[in-house]
Design a protein around this ligand. Sequence first.
Ligand code: JD8
Length: 299
Amino acid sequence: MRIDVVTIFPEYLVPLGVSLLGKASERGVLHVHVHDLRAWTTDLHRTVDDTPYGGGPGMVMKPEPWWAALTAVTKAGPDATQPMLVVPTPSGRRFTQRDAQRLAGRPWLIFACGRYEGIDGRVAERARTTMPVEELSIGDYVLAGGEAATLVIVEAVTRLLPGVLGNADSVADDSFAPGTMSGLLEGPVYTKPADWDGMGVPPVLQSGNHAAIARWRRDQALRRTAGNRPDLIAGLDPADLDERDREVLADVGERDREVPAEVGERDREVLAEVGEREREVPGETGRDPNAPPADPPPP
Ligand code: JD8
């Protein structure tokens, strides 16, 4: 795969050259090229921004340097290969694992890292006339530019490429990836020593009983998902839930609903808020969905 990144902060993308990605580049699995947008400015001050039409705060990135850069980068790439332009933006579609898998199937990605208030809207509009363009957001929080989002998207995509990760197995059972645990968060993981300062490891994990271990891991994934991402539970296909799954979810639900009868309406509201906040900040008020689980009943 070829990846081009255009930015006014090329040093921000140095991490693309280290660790997994660095080795993948050495092995020829990945070809990463980072470009400084200012190389395509024409004035003494290498200007890339100007005031927004319609007024308002901040500055907007000018179209001319961007178009010159994208034209040069697309010319420099492999012939007969069409790039996809990826524009990280808080107003883009939410980037998901499914997008990561889809982008991993493309031969060439170009990332346009905006700054200031963003890039003049005509750049993406014009690019769409020559190549597929994806405007993607990595989450509902505001960053100062597209570089950090580009690092996130590039890692999520390139780790799926054959030859990038040491063992492809670890991709197979990714959270959010189609498969048995799809749509569920990962449960807790453990390694040696079996006794760490008096803290043990769930015995089932040392039992060698693969069916019991698989069941235990699914229980933990269901509990943690119900605790941290109830929206994912709501998105599960009931057909994918077996009797035991429903028991676990009912139990989690039950624990959440354990509000004594004498608790008044206002208290219920407060507890609901606390419950809500707990999903945001585990451990504040009692049960923590991430806390190591009490040993589940044998299957
Ligand atoms: C690209 C400029 C900053 C955004 C005024 C703050 C993605 N999930 C995400 N959050 N923020 C970004 C993102 C922010 C960017 C740019 C991506 C280019 N900014 C702007 C609009 C409000 N400033 C992002 N992906």
